[in-house]
Every structure is written in structure tokens, then in C-alpha cells.
Design a protein around this ligand. Structure first.
Ligand code: AMP
Length: 218
């Protein structure tokens, strides 16, 4: 049976990094609303243009917009066959309600909602030092997880760049948005009995071991 997971956590908690490792090892389909929105921006679509203003201000894109993108993904053959890993969705109580309805409509279950726990100071350090690869999904950090050659990806040699919303000013706003709008989901999923708390404050490899243990994965 394919497994369906949600990863929640503050921006910079390591959702993308852990998702990358989960996918390499267990093959669920990665559904990152942040990545989907950035792809829309890159394509210059109307949706992308609308989303960019919210994203650069560190605010959330309207619930119905992201819910629509996620629903489309849930209908793909890959998700049905391999399960999904929702990364960065839901982020509000409204989105959680929309997701519940979307899953019920499709007869899909949630196996676990993983909360990656990391404190505020470490989050801010991680966000402002984060670098992404232009050529592949690899994620680096110039403080804790440096590439071997400065500015170049170890895996594909691609150029590394900093996300436009990873500045200190926007990082602080995104943390506040997490506290206000996303943290109520922790209690909501705990009440449903699907919440799994994972310490995400260690190095990447240790965090992944913590995650596998919490999800009882071999
Ligand atoms: P992320 O890559 O997950 O850090 O998301 C980057 C930005 O995309 C966020 O700061 C939001 O502006 C937007 N975004 C991503 N996911 C969502 C979501 N589920 N709801 C609303 N906005 C989102």
C-alpha cells in the first residue's frame, strides 16, 4: 500500500531536505506547494505573477489557489501508485479542511503528519544560509552543509543560488506567519491521532534517522 505523508514545520525546519531523502529511499511523490508556486513564477503564468507578490512579502498565497494546485497533483497516476509526501501544505486550518475534503472525495488516507521541530534561532540561521541548486533538487547551507566547491553543486555541478525570500527580513515574517497560521495545525492533527513529532535540529543524517525511527521505516 502506498503511504501518504504530510510534513509540517517552520520554513527552514528541513522539510525539503527530509523530503529529498524520503523520495530517494521510499519513492513517494513529492508535492511541495512552494516548488509548484516557484515553477509557476518561472513559467510567467498569471497564477505565478499573483503568487510572487505574496511570496516576496513572506505572506501566504490564498488558500484556494494552493488547494487547487494540490488537488490536481492528487489526481495524477503517480500519486495513486506511489503515495504522496505533501511538503509545506497545508499551512492554515482552512487548507487542512480543504485537504480533508479532497482526500475524502478520492478515498485517500493520511498515514502520518510529521512535525519537524526546530527552534527559532536555528531556523533563522538556516534560512539565511540556505543555498539551492539551479540544476537539481539539492539543498545546501553555507554554515552547516557546505558544498565541496563554493557556489557549485556536489551532485550535478550546477550553480547555487539564494532564494529571494531567504533574507533575514522575510525570514522573520515567515516565522511569524508559521506561528500564527500554521502552528494551530499541530493540535488539530494531534487530536486526529496522526501527528508524529521529529527532532529536526541535528545534522541532516541524524534528522533522517530520527524521522525513519518515528515513522517505523526500515
Ligand atoms: P516554501 O518553499 O514552502 O518555503 O514556500 C515559499 C512560499 O510559498 C511561502 O512563504 C508562501 O508565500 C508560499 N506558499 C508555499 N506553500 C504555501 C501554502 N501551503 N499556502 C500558502 N502559501 C504557500
Amino acid at each position: 500500500m502506498p503511504k501518504n505523508y504530510i510534513f509540517i514545520g517552520a520554513p527552514g525546519a528541513g522539510k525539503g531536505t527530509m523530503a529529498e531523502l524520503m523520495i530517494a529511499n521510499y519513492k513517494p511523490v513529492h508535492v511541495s506547494t512552494g516548488d509548484l508556486l516557484r515553477a509557476e513564477i518561472k513559467a510567467g503564468s498569471t497564477l505565478g505573477l499573483e503568487a510572487k507578490g505574496f511570496m516576496d512579502a513572506g505572506k501566504l498565497v490564498p488558500d484556494e489557489v494552493v488547494a487547487g494546485m494540490v488537488a490536481k497533483k492528487l489526481d495524477t497516476h503517480e500519486v495513486k501508485a506511489q503515495g504522496f509526501l505533501l511538503d509545506g501544505y497545508p499551512r492554515t486550518v482552512r487548507q487542512a479542511e480543504l485537504l480533508d475534503a479532497a482526500l475524502a472525495e478520492r478515498g485517500m488516507n493520511l498515514d502520518a503528519v510529521v512535525l519537524l521541530e526546530v527552534g527559532r534561532e536555528l531556523i533563522l540561521q538556516r534560512l539565511t544560509a540556505r543555498r539551492l541548486c539551479k540544476g537539481c533538487p539539492a539543498i545546501y547551507n553555507v554554515m552547516f552543509n557546505r558544498p565541496k566547491a563554493e557556489g557549485k553543486c556536489d551532485t550535478c555541478g550546477g550553480e547555487l543560488y539564494q532564494r529571494s525570500d531567504d533574507t533575514m527580513e522575510t525570514a522573520l515574517k515567515r516565522w511569524a506567519v508559521f506561528e500564527e497560521q500554521t502552528s494551530p495545525l499541530i493540535e488539530l492533527y494531534a487530536k486526529k491521532g496522526v501527528l508524529v513529532r521529529v527532532d529536526g535540529a541535528c545534522a541532516k543524517e541524524q534528522n533522517f534517522l530520527n524521522l525513519k525511527k518515528a515513522l517505523k521505516l526500515a
